[in-house]
Design a protein around this ligand. Structure first.
Ligand code: FES
Length: 201
């Protein structure tokens, strides 16, 4: 599991842009005024989306003021959950699941390919400046192991060949399609065809 580090270089200020402010206001409507600090997680997520997929300390301070809660409480949440990035990540951000089902199905080979093709260490930006990768815990798609999440999409049923093709496509800014790389539809069993409403193995 990777260690999350707060980026040493930090912007001095942060504030929501108009679009993010509107979304934040809609989110706040879901919470009673006295419990508005419960919106800290979606607001951190919004800050991350606005700021090229990472959260600077200035954003945590901004959200603390926005929700009238202590900065340290926002910091605690942001540093606890792995979906919040505390340092810049690549435009193509590859999260490799290395929990047991994925590991048993070859996630170690995916990690090796990331080291060879993206960067020798996780949480480093690739030489071309457009990709980064990190190991993560189970992403809830164990049935399609091994798998990776790239930005908002899942790439599943991977092997060394398909992983390498995907990584090269990202390095060239031409991402391949997400989904199963063994031709499965969603999580259906392999080698099943459907005809006349009947399933055949
Ligand atoms: S173990 Fe990899 S998605 Fe669950």
């Amino acid at each position: 599991m990777s260690l999350k580090k707060v980026n040493p270089e930090q912007p001095k200020t942060f504030e929501f842009n108009e679009k993010t402010k509107n979304i934040a206001q809609e989110i706040l409507k879901k919470y009673p005024e006295k419990n508005k600090k419960s919106a800290v997680m979606p607001l951190l997520y919004l800050a991350q989306r606005q700021n090229d997929n990472w959260i600077p300390l200035a954003a945590m301070k901004y959200i603390a003021k926005y929700l009238a809660m202590p900065y340290i409480s926002v910091y605690e949440v942001a540093t606890f959950y792995t979906m919040y990035n505390l340092s810049p990540v690549g435009k193509h951000f590859i999260q490799v699941c290395t929990t047991t089902p994925c590991l048993l199905r070859g996630a170690d080979k995916i990690v090796k390919l990331c080291k060879e093709n993206i960067s020798p260490n996780e949480n480093e930006i690739s030489k071309k400046g457009n990709c980064s990768w990190m190991e993560v815990e189970c992403l809830g798609a164990c049935v399609s192991a091994p798998m990776v999440q790239i930005n908002d999409d899942y790439y599943e049923d991977l092997d060394e060949k398909s992983t390498k093709e995907i990584l090269i496509s990202l390095l060239n800014d031409k991402p391949l399609k997400p989904g199963s790389y063994r031709g499965r539809k969603n999580t259906s069993p392999e080698k099943i065809s459907i005809s006349n409403g009947e399933k055949h193995a």
